[in-house]
Design a protein around this ligand. Sequence first.
Ligand SMILES: Nc1nc2c(ncn2[C@@H]2O[C@H](COP(=O)(O)OP(=O)(O)OP(=O)(O)O)[C@@H](O)[C@H]2O)c(=O)[nH]1
Ligand SMILES: [Mg+2]
Length: 311
Amino acid sequence: MTDTNPAITGPTRAGFVALIGEPNAGKSTLLNQMVGAKVSIVTHKVQTTRARIRGIALHDAAQIVFVDTPGIFRPRRRLDRSMVAAAWGGASDADIILLLVEAHRGLSDGVVAIIDSLKSLDSKTPVALVINKIDRVKAESLLALSAELNAAYPFVQTFMISAEKGYGCDQLRDWLAETLPESPWLYPEDQIADLPMRMIAAEITREKLTLRLHEEIPYQLTVETEAWEERKDGSARVDQIVYVSRPGHKGIVLGKGGETIKAVGQAARAEMEEFMGRRVHLFLQVKVRENWLDEAERYNEMGLDFRDGDA
Ligand SMILES: Nc1nc2c(ncn2[C@@H]2O[C@H](COP(=O)(O)OP(=O)(O)OP(=O)(O)O)[C@@H](O)[C@H]2O)c(=O)[nH]1
Ligand SMILES: [Mg+2]
């Protein structure tokens, strides 16, 4: 708990807003838009976010803690199950749940499955509908889509937004700020993320790998920050390991003459420097670890629960 800004008169508000939805719905994009900084990684591929990531926004007298979650889908692997469990864990701890639905996909089978799960949870947490990516559809189609979705679940509110372009985000922010419970703020005023820097740095590298690699390779790798050294000149030396699960993947991640990993390293370093506002020396190493997807330690590093027994 922290002292709140003396400029604010009247009660402060604070709480957790969980962003849930199918993979690729735009949850991380919305979190970044609301926080005003890139806290959570974004790619055009599904299943980018693997764990819960908190981003913090201040609006009027409210501190809104957005909880980005992995997409909810039918899990197949152990990692998938941990991701989906993390998403529902985020929802169950929240004061408000936002269900993001892609405007051009509408009431898809995946959204129906999420709504069924929300119903069976039978929780008292209010759920608002956020129709995202409205920039991709004709405005005339939105009313019918909203009616269809609202017939499927008693949403407390409906918002139509473009998380990427920012359309409709002000109304959503206003509503959250006035709907969260009265409470002292939960984080210091200047904090925008609740994730250790070494984890943010690992996520940045994983984003660059995911953008450059194809097919199943991004899903079969993980990135860990192994060492972090503060240097006297104010820069940081960051050593990271990219774990791949197959010997054949190592060569692909490195690329011809090491060009892929070099490009990934350059892009990741530039983004780390921008995020931290200082120079970074980044060293990446690629290691084959065939069973990393079944190792509890890897899950702990990602901030996921390792689900014993269900490989
Ligand atoms: N056109 C358009 N694209 C968007 C919008 N919001 C997000 N996107 C794109 O949708 C893709 C997925 O966005 P993410 O924010 O990574 O989606 P996510 O729901 O976090 O996905 P997972 O982490 O995989 O569950 C990215 O290519 C985004 O740029 C939007 O409002 N309009
Ligand atoms: Mg995401």
